[in-house]
Design a binder for this molecule. Structure first.
Ligand SMILES: Nc1ncnc2c1ncn2[C@@H]1O[C@H](COP(=O)(O)OP(=O)(O)OP(=O)(O)O)[C@@H](O)[C@H]1O
Ligand SMILES: [Mg+2]
Length: 294
């Protein structure tokens, strides 16, 4: 795969409003794979569950067995300081992390204290929502202008909230993931078509973001891909908007929190050959195509 030169650093969120659709798994492995292909990648963990932080710390410990590693500052502290630049932790060559911790659960309260609370219909709704929507985009600016990163991925918790809103507000592209055997297709549909979700952000608040594609994730071992769900997805979104790559069920993906991200054993290499190389290629092709219109 030849590395393309991007005109600008691109921020990307893997989205779905249902829990456990594979957002964190796809974020981690795509970021890791891109870093192995020579792209400089930053992953921002905007989820108080901190699953991505945990699996990246294990990855770092595996690669640097002699060093003692302590996370001394995480996302919530950086947000309070209005500065994320000194939170960056290097995990692997080309792969950096801004870590999260459980205290990030205070984000909503913090943002309400900073910017107020307003409901749709209130005179200050637009102003308050806009500040919350763009707060993370502003905080990422200094990291983008360093010129080092090709991609910044943001990992979010499920449900529509200040977390997902600000991640979308900061993103140039959203990659929408859904499980082929569950109702997470509703979560994908809702995210894209519900007037209060992506359409409001793009049309009323001017978030300059686009959907990069819809990615099916076959998370269950039993049964094959649910063809009805896949057909619904094609009908909802259009074939051209669907990734051709389908993430298959791979038990090894579940061991990232214990083993970290690796490519040294048979089962780790199998992740790359069975879908991750294809996904990475298709991701880059889609980015390249969409960026050529900019
Ligand atoms: N293709 C797959 N094959 C096997 N297991 C998978 C696959 N995709 C995800 N999983 C597993 O499913 C679980 C949920 O995935 P993940 O944590 O990535 O979802 P999520 O959307 O980030 O969840 P949350 O909404 O809680 O943040 C994890 O245990 C993960 O290892
Ligand atoms: Mg997650």
């Amino acid at each position: 795969m030849t590395k393309i030169n991007l005109k600008r650093p691109l921020t990307i969120t893997v989205a779905n409003q249902k829990g456990g659709a594979g957002k964190s798994t796809i974020t981690r492995y795509l970021a890791y794979s891109l870093s192995l292909h020579g792209y400089h990648v930053l992953v921002v963990d905007e989820d108080p569950q901190s699953n991505t932080t945990k699996s990246f710390v294990v990855t770092k410990e595996h690669n640097e067995p002699d060093s003692v590693f302590v996370l001394d500052k995480t996302m919530m502290a950086g947000i309070r300081d209005h500065d994320l630049t000194n939170l960056v932790v290097n995990i692997l060559p080309n792969l950096d992390l801004i870590p999260a911790h459980y205290d990030l659960k205070n984000l909503t309260n913090y943002l309400s204290k900073q910017y107020g609370v307003a409901e749709e219909g209130d005179a200050n709704y637009h102003e308050v929502k806009s500040k919350k929507l763009f707060f993370l985009r502003k905080l990422l600016e200094p990291l983008k202008s360093r010129g080092t990163y090709d991609f910044i991925f943001i990992d979010t918790p499920p449900t529509s909230s200040d977390y997902t809103d600000s991640a979308v507000g900061a993103s140039d592209y959203v990659l929408v993931a859904f499980q082929t055997q569950s109702d997470s297709l509703d979560g994908a549909h809702n995210f894209i078509f519900n007037p209060d979700e992506l359409p409001e952000k793009v049309n009323e608040f001017g978030v300059p973001t686009d959907v990069l594609g819809i990615l099916p994730n076959q998370m269950q071992r039993s049964g094959s891909i649910d063809e009805t769900v896949m057909q619904d997805a094609v009908n909802f979104f259009g074939k051209e908007n669907m990734f051709q790559t389908i993430v298959p069920y791979k038990r090894r993906l579940q061991s990232a929190p214990r083993n970290g991200l690796r490519n040294d054993s048979y089962w780790d290499k199998d992740i790359f050959t069975s879908f991750l190389d294809d996904l990475t290629n298709e991701f880059i092709e889609r980015v390249n195509l969409m960026e050529s219109d900019k």
